[in-house]
Write a protein that binds this ligand. Structure first.
Ligand SMILES: Cc1cc2nc3c(=O)[nH]c(=O)nc-3n(C[C@H](O)[C@H](O)[C@H](O)COP(=O)(O)OP(=O)(O)OC[C@H]3O[C@@H](n4cnc5c(N)ncnc54)[C@H](O)[C@@H]3O)c2cc1C
Length: 377
């Protein structure tokens, strides 16, 4: 007779892996299932930016809290996780983009996050390869980067060391009260169930408001020092916010190897993962507009991935009422790497009944939100 774990986690991306660790650290027995292998989904396709974002107060609260949690986690992770605190430099092309930035600095400070306005001269001292003529920048020194699939693997190993049973290559086809069904036809008993299956979560919970939002990435050859901080144009905020049409924005990340990881694009094309050459070229042109030396790098590889997007751009974290003891941790769009530790803490608090570290209500999966058609229109 199979044992019944206290909690069955479905999905070993960064969100499921962090959740499994948190549950195991809380003393619960955990079964962790992944249809493929840890980090094989969106996590393996991501840039790995650990970033404080303030599209809404709820987004600021969860990103700021998660970034603090990353700082605690980082020293315990293996070197292969490549965690570097390079900061984020938000590049402003026009003075209007810096309007309101003082209020943002105050809001960041209220969450313990340092930020400042940087005039163009200082921007070019810090990043000599950015284009001349910028209006300035918004500098967030405590943001970082990581190598997401390596972190997912390390956290799954940690969960296993704490006693979790890890089932790679086992696809869950359905969930029922206190039971999961597997693709091999077997059924396993479950205590609480946490669905952390990223963009595939609606296959297990029909009606869940999550859609795949495709993104392209490019990695270049090694040119150490070309860029030192994560460089993002202010227009990225608009690109990430508007769920409808296809968009690109300059987003350049320095990797420890000396390579540049270049994004970003956003499209709603279902699960069509083919490279869109037009969008890819537009993305590279955007990067070269802000860092002309990008044109002297060589593209080594391009790929696409899918962000799990929700209509109101906030994740779904908490109890889902259709089944007893069913919990959801998905819908993080382009922030799931950043938000994994905070998400894990909220799920652990919910399941154990401990106090939540921040107000969980803005992320409640059954909150009122626009329908997907309204949000996309
Ligand atoms: C191009 C791109 C760039 C990005 N850059 C960043 C960034 O810089 N910073 C950031 O914070 N976020 C970024 N993201 C977003 C981030 O990748 C996601 O939000 C995050 O990876 C979601 O993690 P997850 O664990 O929820 O999902 P996933 O990583 O997709 O994990 C879900 C897992 O569930 C498994 N699974 C699915 N269905 C089943 C099933 N039925 N049974 C069992 N297992 C199943 C899958 O195999 C998978 O391993 C980016 C995304 C993309 C596409």
């Amino acid at each position: 007779m199979a044992r019944t774990a206290d909690v069955t986690v479905i999905g070993a991306g960064l969100v499921g892996a962090a959740t499994a660790v948190g549950l195991a650290e809380a003393g619960l027995s955990v079964d962790l299932y992944d249809a493929e292998f840890p980090g094989s989904g969106s996590t393996g396709a991501a840039m790995g930016h650990l970033i404080t974002m303030d599209d809404t107060p709820a987004q600021l609260a969860l990103t700021a809290y998660s970034c603090q949690r990353w700082r605690v986690l980082a020293p315990s992770l293996p070197e292969a996780c490549e965690i570097d605190y390079c900061g984020t430099l938000w590049l402003a092309s026009h003075p209007e983009e810096l309007v309101g930035v003082r209020d943002r600095i105050t809001a960041f400070a209220a969450h313990g996050v340092r930020a400042e306005v940087m005039e163009e001269r200082r921007v070019r001292e810090q990043e000599p390869n950015v284009c001349p003529g910028l209006a300035g920048a918004f500098w967030v020194p405590d943001d970082g980067v990581c190598y997401p699939p390596a972190v997912a693997r390390a956290l799954v190993d940690r969960a296993a060391a704490l006693g979790a049973a890890v089932h790679s290559g086992e696809r869950v086809t359905a969930i029922a009260p206190h039971e999961i069904h597997l693709a091999n036809g077997s059924r396993r008993p479950a205590g609480a169930i946490v669905v952390a299956a990223g963009v595939h979560s609606p296959e297990l919970i029909p009606g869940l408001p999550v859609v795949p939002r495709k993104g392209h990435l490019v990695i270049t050859d090694r040119q150490p020092g070309l860029v030192r901080s994560q460089l993002i144009e202010f227009g990225y905020l608009h690109s990430a916010h508007a769920l409808g049409s296809a968009s690109v924005a300059c987003n350049i990340q320095p990797r420890r190897t000396g390579q540049l990881l270049i994004g970003s694009s956003r499209e709603l094309v279902g699960f069509d993962g083919r490279i869109n050459r037009v969008l890819l070229n537009a993305m590279l042109e955007r990067a070269a507009k802000f860092v002309p030396a990008v044109n002297s790098t060589r593209v080594l590889r391009t790929w696409t991935g899918f962000r799990p997007a929700t209509p109101d751009k906030l994740p779904l974290i908490g109890r889902w009422p259709s089944l007893p003891d069913l919990w959801i941790a998905t819908g993080h769009e382009g922030l799931g790497i950043t938000l994994a530790p905070g998400t894990a803490d909220l799920i652990v608090a919910g399941i154990t009944g401990r106090p939540a570290p921040i107000d969980p209500s803005p992320y409640a999966p059954d909150r009122t939100m626009p329908t997907m058609t309204t949000a996309v229109a």
